[in-house]
Design a protein around this ligand. Structure first.
Ligand code: AP5
Ligand code: MG
Length: 192
């Protein structure tokens, strides 16, 4: 089974590209952000805990997030490939993912970093806010999410490079959604 991490700053296109990869390869997709938003919508205990963090642009505690991820992963045993969108986001989560996969005879296949100029991201997210109304898509919370990304998540780039798993794909504005997705799909074709 392929285990592909889609990585990038808020608004870099993790969800958008994950959906297109899933369509192209019939893989499965775990978006930790979507999992948490569903829990919030359903008013579960987990949702109540998660909401306070998400609304302020902070990360949910690692241990909680790792347990959620593992139980979600275990529902996908027969999958051809799993896309991890929004996980790992800290070094502790990356180490936990590596260990969890090892325990199941699996490994991380690659990490794809969506390299998008940060000046484009705020506009993307504010535009999305008018379409989807996500609670954390307001200027104050988006800025906090960028801060958290830089302090806690971006260090993972070096971690993945150290593991020999890093693949950066750079976005230029002429590419649009389709051009970026095609570049990613072409790369995945080389590893399936
Ligand atoms: P999460 O839901 O993962 O949010 P995020 O990382 O901030 O990323 P987004 O979902 O906002 O952006 P995206 O990269 O998916 O971009 P998208 O494809 O939508 O996490 C939310 C919160 O949950 C976190 O802040 C945290 O609190 C919690 N959480 C989640 N995971 C966690 C974890 N592992 N540990 C702890 N806490 C966790 O694209 C954005 C917009 O751009 C769209 O409108 C899209 O149409 C447009 N767009 C995309 N690609 C292109 C393109 N190529 N050209 C033009 N426009 C494009
Ligand atoms: Mg997303």
């Amino acid at each position: 089974m392929l285990n592909i991490v889609i990585f990038g700053a808020p608004g870099s296109g993790k969800g958008t590209n994950s959906a297109l990869i899933v369509e192209a390869f019939k893989f499965d997709h775990i978006s930790t952000g979507d999992v948490l938003r569903t829990e919030i919508k359903n008013g579960t205990e987990l949702g109540k805990i998660a909401q306070a963090y998400i609304d302020h642009g902070n990360l949910i505690p690692d241990e909680l997030m790792i347990n959620i991820l593992a139980s979600k992963y275990d529902t996908l045993k027969d999958s051809k490939g799993v896309i991890f969108d929004g996980f790992p986001r800290t070094i502790a989560q990356a180490e936990a993912l590596k260990k969890m996969l090892e325990e199941r005879g699996e490994k991380i296949s690659t990490m794809i970093n969506l390299e998008v100029d940060e000046s484009l991201l705020m506009d993307r997210l504010l535009r999305r806010a008018t379409l989807e109304g996500r609670a954390d898509d307001n200027e104050v919370t988006i800025k906090k999410r960028f801060e958290v990304y830089h302090s806690q998540t971006a260090p993972l780039i070096e971690w993945f490079k150290g593991e020999g798993l890093y693949k950066g794909i750079a976005y230029t504005e002429d590419m649009g959604i389709e051009g970026m997705a095609n570049k990613i799909i072409e790369y995945i074709k080389t590893i399936v």
